[in-house]
Design a protein around this ligand. Structure first.
Ligand SMILES: *Cc1c(COP(=O)(O)O)cnc(C)c1O
Length: 422
């Protein structure tokens, strides 16, 4: 296995881009592989090595790379041009289909990224309630903007920079942190700042430090407490939306928030973000209301076409039933492997999200930090040599797609066993 070309590209890139990359998690030490092409479950680098991919673009590719239906939708749109600066029929149709599927959503605003979606949702919640403070969960990641870059999951955690420079303390003072799976901590934060909290924003399943799952009853308690205190509950379903079920984690766990942010899977690999919620909140967004939100690329025709094609495939092929079952199977096999090897590790996950924690089962961010992250990173490199591309951090979720075959999964489990062996 040679990686000559990737190594050369990275050394050149380091002079041209901060850390050599366009987004921090890609700066895999000592150098990342550079991708030439990808198809189905496989990704091929510029040196000709092919890997089974569980990174899957960090979440969007539930249907795998280069899916023919999405390719066709983009190609068809290509013939009609790709940016108008006017409304399109595509966005009306997509809005309708999202509202039909996601219970909490009666109205949407399309944006380009998950980051913009959470930024807009928080602004809308503040505008609607007239309050300033927000509560987020420690280790929760909601994109890279000022209000939420506080103890913000994988990238920040792995790079040892939980807070970013360049954000005034005055801004983050408005962001309260509470541990996941701890309703008492949330209650006490709400009571300490009575009447000041506009919103709770949370990933219903913590996808950026794990996944870590909600304990029995936790999401219901969060729902009840926010309702009692007139706090807007925002589920950040940028990972779980259209991944766990057509209606996301809120359908899967049957807990309905006031607002929902989505992205990743919906776009089928093209950039998209969605701010969604109840009409009475959404109508505060401009130009209907006074909460400003705008974007040149909002509702981009490629993203709309790709999202519609994605929804078609998800519905027609009953994707969630199948891929969630495959996830159960893979987790069971990995659990058998660690039992056979006598390791005190834990395999976490739900649906098509999974992760092996090099340590005990974590309930929150502080507990996840106790895992052997250096050990995991060495393991990541051994897996890469075996032809399996896992996300390069203990705190990034692995994603299964419909493109992963039984053979892929068997080869993956074998690689795990081989590389876990002491
Ligand atoms: C990835 C992610 C975001 C940010 O989305 P981008 O499209 O990368 O801006 C927000 N929230 C969650 C839960 C995410 O996983």
């Amino acid at each position: 296995m040679t990686c000559k070309k990737s190594k050369q590209l990275f050394s050149k890139a380091k002079d041209l881009m901060p850390g050599g990359v366009s987004s921090p998690v890609r700066a895999i030490s000592p150098y990342p592989f550079y991708t030439k092409s990808a198809s189905g479950s496989k990704i091929t680098d510029v040196d000709g090595n092919t890997y089974i991919d569980y990174c899957m673009g960090y979440g969007p590719l539930l249907l795998g790379h280069n899916h023919p239906a999405i390719k066709e939708a983009i190609t068809k749109q290509l013939d009609n041009g790709w940016l108008y600066g006017t409304p399109t029929e595509l966005e009306v149709e997509l809005a309708q289909r999202i509202c039909n599927n996601v219970i909490s959503v009666n109205m949407v605003r399309f944006v380009s990224t998950g980051t913009e979606a959470t930024m807009g949702a928080i602004r809308a919640a503040r505008g609607y309630t007239g309050k300033n403070k927000i509560i987020k969960i420690e280790g929760g990641f909601h994109g890279a903007h000022d209000a939420v870059l506080v103890k913000a999951g994988s990238g920040a955690t792995t790079l040892g920079a939980p807070d970013s420079q360049g954000i005034p303390r005055e801004f983050t003072k408005q962001t309260l942190q509470v541990p996941y799976n701890d309703i008492d901590a949330m209650l006490s934060a709400i009571q300490s700042y009575e009447g000041e909290v506009a919103a709770v924003i949370m990933e219903p399943v913590m996808g950026n430090i794990g996944p870590i799952l909600p304990m029995e009853g936790y999401l219901e308690e969060v729902r009840a407490v926010t309702k009692e205190n007139d706090i807007v509950l925002i589920f950040d379903e940028v990972i779980t939306g259209f991944r766990l079920a057509m209606g996301g984690a809120q359908e899967y766990y049957d807990v309905i928030p006031d607002m929902t942010t989505m992205g990743k899977v919906l776009g089928g690999g093209l950039n998209i973000g969605v701010i969604g919620g109840k009409k009475e909140i959404m109508e505060n967004i401009s130009p209907a209301g006074k909460v400003y939100q705008a974007g040149t690329f909002n509702g981009h025709p490629f993203s709309m076409a790709s999202a519609l094609a994605t929804l078609d495939v998800l519905e027609k092929e009953k994707v969630h039933e199948k891929v969630n079952l495959a996830g159960d199977g893979l987790r069971a096999m990995l659990r058998d492997s660690i039992n056979d090897l006598g390791l005190d590790y834990y395999v976490s996950g739900v649906g098509s999200m999974f992760k092996m924690f090099f340590g005990d089962i974590p309930a929150n961010y502080q507990e996840a930090l106790k895992c052997d992250k250096e050990g995991y990173f060495e393991f990541f490199h051994r897996m890469l040599k075996s032809g399996v591309f896992l996300p390069p951090s203990q705190y990034e979720t692995n994603f299964l797609s419909t493109a992963h075959t039984d053979e892929d999964i068997a080869a993956t489990v074998e690689a795990y066993e081989q590389n876990l062996r002491p």
